[in-house]
Design a protein around this ligand. Structure first.
Ligand code: GDP
Ligand code: MG
Length: 437
């Protein structure tokens, strides 16, 4: 995948004293190939590598900085820039604000409609009304109703009606009457772009004059995603893109190309099937992800939301003082279990993406880890430094694991501690990059 390829090409640069035309050429070729493989389109990849080259050659290489680190930073910064630099908000100024959701069938529109309502309700105190505009499949209306019930948001439907334009207009009327300050209109999609669908959604657009049109696209469809985005944009001139199913194996190549081809910001990313699996799109985090570092900032943020504030503060202090212990580790595991899909979360941890691909996650995933920690004495849990060979042996026997398993856990714990300490200092990115192989 892209991250591995980039890592490998960076390694080629390792140990070279300066960035020159010669030692950078091979790396750039690799980067370009890696980008193409990750579904970045040809033109984008070409422009990108040229920019990186100019940047790299223009650098005054300090002897203290390894060229390979500098390249990582240049590539990272360029990726971030290419994806728009910073995150872009949606327009919610309307009374009610109307958001129209467009995209192909199966791209994740209905799921996103629910997720967005959930997010805006909880984070921005909105009072949304959802509109079931996919009138062709009864199951689609029902799907939205189920989601609405889950998140406690009303869904507007019209029994037997086949006129989504009228439904959307009526829904807005009702929203005004009932004091809903936000209306999100879910629509029907086809398996491929077709004239009828485009006419219908254009008619809805013209009738309700949405404040925000979001185009939803499945990030796993690769190069097709770019073509679809272009066709929708030509017709609808949408305001932003929602990239779904980023919890899968994709590294986000589509994010790069879509942004550069339609020149519209990506605003949200979907990272799972559950209603809370939605993140605001941050170009720099996506750049991390593409580079294979994992979206650890999002992970920490999401984790933090689940902690009560006091606990988080206590933890922060401990992390800063490097006193994070196995007891904290245990309570974190409890927190993670509360957070829902383990696979969603694990995929965001650097280096875990590949490892979890074929793994089955269930609630017992931490059982072994917990058993090992429970076999430690309170003193050992608080001061992992005292875990010498004989203690480890005792713990292995006590928890029914092997010494290797105990060693592995302690190693993992120490690594986590290191990462957390870095994050605590707020210098995560540059530090993490300095530690790349
Ligand atoms: P629509 O036809 O565009 O309305 O698509 P749906 O919202 O019905 O989604 C199609 C399928 O994709 C459903 O099974 C969803 O659960 C799934 N889905 C949607 N978004 C995501 C996501 O971000 N991650 C994952 N893993 N699945 C998703
Ligand atoms: Mg749908």
């Amino acid at each position: 995948n892209l991250s591995e390829r980039l890592e490998r090409s960076f390694k080629i640069l390792k140990g070279q004293g300066t960035i020159t035309e010669i030692n950078v050429a091979e790396t750039l070729k690799d980067i370009r190939r890696a980008l193409l493989d990750a579904d970045v389109n040809f033109k984008t990849a070409k422009t990108f590598t040229e920019t990186v080259k100019d940047e790299a050659l223009g650098q005054n290489v300090l002897t203290a900085v390894k060229p390979q680190q500098m390249m990582v930073k240049i590539v990272h910064d360029e990726l971030t820039k290419l994806m728009g630099g910073s995150s872009t908000d949606i327009n919610l100024d309307g009374k009610p604000a109307v958001i129209l959701i467009a995209g192909l069938q199966g791209s994740g529109k209905t799921t996103f409609t629910g997720k967005l309502a959930n997010l805006l309700k909880s984070k921005r105190s909105k009072n949304p009304l959802l509109v079931a505009g996919d009138v062709y499949r009864p199951a689609a209306i029902n799907q939205l109703q189920v989601l609405g019930e889950q998140i406690g948001v009303p869904v507007y439907t019209e029994e037997g009606s086949k006129d989504p334009v009228k439904i959307a207009k009526d829904a807005i009327k009702q929203a005004k009457q009932n004091g809903n300050d936000l209306v999100i209109v879910d629509t029907a999609g086809r398996l491929a772009v077709d004239e009828e669908m485009m006419k219908e959604i254009t008619a809805i657009k013209n009738a309700v004059k949405p404040h925000e049109i979001l185009f939803v696209v499945d990030s796993m469809t690769g190069q097709d995603a770019v073509n679809t985005a272009k066709e929708f944009n030509d017709r609808l001139d949408f305001d932003g893109v929602v990239l779904t199913k980023l919890d899968g194996d994709t590294r986000g190549g589509a994010a790069l190309s879509i942004r550069s081809v339609v020149n519209k910001p990506i605003k949200f990313v979907g990272t799972g099937e559950k209603m809370d699996a939605l993140d605001v799109f941050h170009p720099n985090r996506m750049a991390d992800r593409i580079l294979g570092m994992g979206d650890i900032v999002s992970l920490v943020e999401r984790a933090q939301e689940q902690f009560d504030a006091e606990e988080a503060q206590k933890l922060q202090k401990k992390i800063a003082k490097n006193q994070f212990s196995f007891n904290d580790f245990l309570s974190q595991i409890q927190q993670i279990k509360k957070m829902g899909s383990l696979k969603d979360l694990a995929g965001m941890i650097p280096g875990m993406g590949k490892a979890i691909k074929d793994m089955d996650f269930d609630d017992d995933a931490f059982k072994e880890v917990e058993a090992i920690i429970y076999s430690m004495t309170p003193d050992e849990r608080e001061n992992p430094a005292i875990l010498n060979g004989s203690r480890r042996k005792r713990i292995a026997a006590g928890s029914g694991s092997s010494i290797q398993e105990v060693n592995r856990l302690i190693k993992q714990f120490e690594d986590t501690r290191k990462v957390m300490k870095m994050m605590g200092k707020g210098k995560n990115l540059s530090k993490m990059m300095a530690n790349l192989p």
